[in-house]
Design a protein around this ligand. Sequence first.
Ligand code: ATP
Ligand code: MG
Length: 439
Amino acid sequence: MERTLIKDLGQKVGEKAFIQGSVSVRRDQGKMVFFDFRDRSGSVQGVVLPKSEAIETAKEVRSEYVVSAEGTVNKRPDKNVNLDVQNGDIELEVHSINILSKAEIPFELGSDVNLDTYLDHLPFTLRSEKSKNIFKIQATIAEAFREAMRGRDFIEFQTPSIVGGDAEGGAAAFKVDYYYDQKAFLATSPQLYKQMMAGVFERVFTVCKIFRGEKHATTRHLSEAVCMDFEMTFIKDHTDVMNMLEHVMKHIVAKVIEKHGDTLQNMGVEMLLVPEKFPVLKLREAQEILGVSQSEPDLEPEHERALWEWAKKEHNSDFVFVTHFPLSKRPFYTYEDEEDRGYTKYFDLLFRGLEINSGGQRVHDYRELVERIKGKGLDPEKFSFYLEAFKVGMPPHGGSSTGLERMTARLLDLHNVKEATLFPRDLNRIDSLLSTDEK
Ligand code: ATP
Ligand code: MG
């Protein structure tokens, strides 16, 4: 018999059906055995009657056994109907059951365990409803990002992960043991390639891995993260980039609500506040609101959280842009505001109290860029490959980078970005127990 997905069983009342999946729970009630079966489409209650041929096997089955089962789809008696759950008005009266794989589980799936235990058992814990929902929603975020970009005529490109040098100066880059004693690193950002590609296609985006040797254990840093980057040319200034990013964010939020509205509600996620225009503050204005010194070059995590409170109260917004960070603390390609010397046409986008994106206008003039590289005490010769893109003519341009895990975590109110990362890498964790470790 052909497999029926569990979500479709309701259309087969009175008929026979064959399902495949896992057993979430087994309950013995007198001589009858009840199961909750689940597959990728949902779950259903099954019942094995004492006279059924399946009863012996049914008693053997434990939580998480992988089984196939054949039975008749019945309407539940009125008193047992539960309209709050999927398939709450039907049950499968099981005639035969076949164990495809036995299971030995460390604890019940979905148990409230601490983060370390959760991470130690990822091949198992990722199967819980909560985890599946997090990563389904994350897939929608990435898909909606791509959709928004393509809709605005951006072309997707693949950026290298192994690079010969580091855009940000080397401190956070992982060195790679590469061929022939060549110097190589894992990319900390697609930044320089993204700019070169903007020179080729005008509008580009990439969804890629970045690798950073973050030395401190925080709830927002991973050593391997996914970023959603774009770069666009012929801009008037950074505000064109901000407007594009705002469009992208609105599209992502709308898609997530459209596809996962019920899940968000079940997860207890607060309604997202997305105003027509996201509020914008210069760093110095933000510092004034927060009552912190304007000599600080950046915001601390607690300041970012406080700005969320401000944005909610004053603008009914979960998003807030902070612009004009001091030039001295930003990378060499950062564009200085001619009308606000010493400060940059750069921004961070904070979402629910956390930086999820940075971007801005870049320096596009070859000579100026060479000067800026020198100004940082770096040797322009070492950037000549990148600089060639500017030597051969580069339009005014800018772009931004969104951290996928951070965005997912804040959207779903997860405390630690690792909860929004399938297999997080950090100071202590790299899944060493899946290899022979021979070298
Ligand atoms: P932070 O100051 O919070 O360390 P950053 O300013 O160094 O972040 P950017 O270089 O601006 O980070 O990177 C762009 C985006 O990529 C960030 O806004 C963030 O969402 C994400 N990101 C950067 N580094 C990490 C990381 N180590 N782990 C997770 N996400 C990251
Ligand atoms: Mg940043």
